[in-house]
Design a protein around this ligand. Structure first.
Ligand code: ADP
Length: 399
């Protein structure tokens, strides 16, 4: 087989220029994921057009073309589609019926609305994956009130439950924990008016891990290595490559991730988030787009998640996902009570600082820092030093 030029190299760019035209990809949403897609787009022969909800959105200042409108608006999406060959997404707050209508009219959506349903709707994911025999927490979907089913579910799990809104939640919003049947029942009553609920058993988590995968229009699949994600206040604050999980669990993840990518007919990148429990891996949720647990791939892998997403959705061959380093640590910068110093964060040797260009607000994701090398403990020290200088809310530090 003919060897391809290394992705991102000068010869790769020459190869691209010789054989391909620029493809136009419309991104629904203009947050930091769209911003990092724009940063990756030149090497992929792609021009990105973003649909922003406001002029303040993270990707707007970098976009060469930007439209304003709501991600749920048929008119705004039709207008975006009219100037692009493919549409893709930076978030899940979309209206699947609007997307299905656009698809019927011939708009090329990647991933398709049918695939997206498994990340937009936690109930649809749980029900489909149960049919496929995936390892899941015990769960009950409540589309209507069903006090008898709730009572027996809670009795079986001694009230240790998680109550989730099926749609609209992210970064822990829409997820509520209960330790007794009374609290769980009250939570269900309180959030039922907001829509369908997924009631889950509350598992004892040993750790949380995530795996990115990319699938092309021809069905080719490449996985990235499994990573450990560390959560604080329902939000991921640190990602570590490699994981320290046993090889058997890493293999289990690889098999499940590939199976899921095919089962949801993925096109583009996807994150599969897993819980690590005594009984092995349990599927948590999917994101059919670049994901926070894949930001480390920008510095650490032969092709970043953002480049591979654009290559896949624009119908091009995928880039290699091979890691180029022994270890990597990514720390999110979440706005603290006072703004920090971006310059001081950048001054920390070895820290790759990504600023999302957002105005500072406590609790807001403002950027991330990645450090690569070969000593995971040292990388964590450097990443957290830089993130603290930047002014992150999270106080966690390497121990
Ligand atoms: P979001 O869509 O907001 O990311 P998740 O469903 O991933 O919500 O839940 C957020 C966090 O809540 C998870 O990362 C995990 O720490 C915890 N969690 C969710 N479901 C369970 C469960 N069934 N058992 C134990 N912890 C859970």
């Amino acid at each position: 087989m003919k060897q391809r030029a290394a992705f991102g190299s000068r010869s790769f760019r020459r190869y691209r220029r010789g054989v391909t035209k620029t493809r136009r990809v419309g991104v629904v949403g203009a947050g930091q994921l769209a911003r990092m897609m724009i940063e990756a787009s030149a090497d992929c022969g792609v021009q990105v057009v973003v649909l922003a909800s406001t002029n303040d959105d993270s990707a707007v200042s970098l976009a060469s073309e930007c439209k304003l409108g709501a991600a749920t608006s048929y008119e705004a999406l039709s207008d975006l589609a009219a100037s692009c060959e493919f549409l893709t997404f930076d978030h899940e707050l979309v209206d699947l019926e609007v997307l299905a209508r656009l698809e019927r009219e011939g708009v090329v959506l990647r991933p398709s609305p049918r695939s997206l349903a498994y990340s937009v709707d936690k109930a649809a994911q749980r029900e489909y994956f149960a049919q496929l025999g995936m390892p899941l927490p015990d769960f009950l979907v409540l589309r209507e009130p069903d006090p008898a089913a709730v009572a027996s579910f809670l009795q079986a799990h001694e009230g240790r439950a998680v109550v989730k809104l099926a749609t609209g939640g992210y970064d822990g919003r829409g997820v509520f924990f209960a330790d007794s049947p009374a609290t769980a029942t009250q939570l269900i009553t309180d959030i039922a008016p907001s829509g369908t609920i997924v009631l889950e058993e509350r598992l004892e988590l040993i750790a949380e891990v995530s795996q990115m995968v990319v699938r092309g229009v021809d069905g080719a699949i490449e996985t990235y290595p499994l990573v450990t994600t560390v959560q604080a206040r329902g939000m991921c604050n640190e990602v570590r490559y490699p994981t320290t999980l046993a090889a058997a669990l890493v293999d289990q993840a690889e098999g499940l991730t590939r199976h899921i990518a095919k089962a949801v007919e993925l096109v583009g990148v996807m994150a599969v988030e897993y819980f690590v429990t005594e009984a092995g891996l349990v599927v948590n949720e999917l994101a059919l787009r670049p994901h926070n647990s894949g930001h480390w791939t920008i510095e650490a892998c032969a092709t970043s998640q953002f480049a591979n997403h654009l290559l896949a959705v624009s119908g091009q061959p995928l880039g290699p996902t091979t890691p180029l380093v022994e270890a990597a640590v990514m720390v999110n910068v979440v706005g603290a009570d006072r703004p920090g110093s971006l310059e001081a964060a950048r001054a920390v040797g070895g820290a790759h600082v990504h600023d999302y260009g957002k105005s500072w607000r406590p609790g807001r994701k403002l950027g991330h820092v990645t450090v690569v090398g070969d000593d995971p403990a040292a990388l964590r020290v450097t990443a957290w030093k830089s993130a603290h200088a930047y002014g992150t809310q999270s106080q966690e530090s390497p121990t």
